[in-house]
Write a protein that binds this ligand. Sequence first.
Ligand SMILES: [Zn+2]
Length: 369
Amino acid sequence: MQLKKITLKCLALFFPLQLLLIYILKQHPFWVETYYSEGLFLFISQLQHYLTSWIPFSLGDLFYAALVLVILFWILNLFRNRSVSASWTSRFRSIRSRLLEALAFISLVYFLFHLFWGFNYYRPPLHLSLGISTEYTKEELHEFACDLIQKINTLHSQLVNNDSLRVEYDFKQTQLQKLVFEAYKNSANDDIKIPFRVENVKKSLFSLPLSYAGFSGYVNPFTNEGQYNYKIPKYKLPTTIAHEIGHQLGFSKENEANFIASIITMEDENEFLRYSGLTFSLKYSLNDMYKKDPLLSEALIAELHPGVLENYKEVQEFWQAYSGPVELVMETVYGNYLKVNNQPQGIDSYNYVVALLVNYYQQKQTINL
Ligand SMILES: [Zn+2]
């Protein structure tokens, strides 16, 4: 009993220390890169990979479900104990020990989250590692978008025989999964360091709630498994799976995982992966152009084959079918999560992905989209 109390106290005291450590690490991103992202994290993630990748279902999903049950049970217990009549001193003692339990628990989860994956949030931004700028003009964005549109239209004509038809992904989900694994393994891109093994992606057991919450997938930092929402249109799966693998490789930030997903799919030899990747990049570019020059972005959209717009529409309709209050709440919660984890612009920070794409392809002329 005494040992339990000492452990709880140590864990609770450890929490402010962790906050201090993170505050210091935020000032030293290159330490994080050298000692964590390119050091300890590689070891931990490979170990997690060996422990969880062979399990056919998502262990991480079950872990989260158990976590929610533990928290619910703890809260229920809290109310049950309160109803017992007791003296003020014993009530105070009970509240104090409950608070200690809660703080110790938060401290432990917070520690494991960072140790297993979360410290990657504090590594230097990707453009510094790639040695590229983040500045771009409207003209440069225009040129990039035109290039994408031309490639998308050509590819679209190869995949369907009518301009107004959307591209159908006649694959099983596991086949698309394999194609993305191959894309990572065969990637000749030296800028993205890819370890030998990337095959730890699973269908989420909670795809229906994920759909209502507006999520295509997530990575569980405690098991390093990538989960994808299997209900989303198959056309979106290649970039979604590639995005989750990007997270697993240590690119914690959303926009950086999107950039990695774009590169991996756009540069692959498989036409379906390329189509997913090119249209994914174009969507971000057009959204950004819309903010800078709505008329020009509409003129660009008009150049696309109508069938390409049908693919976009399919995705939009999917999310509309599940939209509602839950999605709004999750957007706020997730927006706050991103802000806490070193992405101050929250969910709106996505045009950094455009900055990376435009500059990357402009400065690395050797790469053919
Ligand atoms: Zn993500």
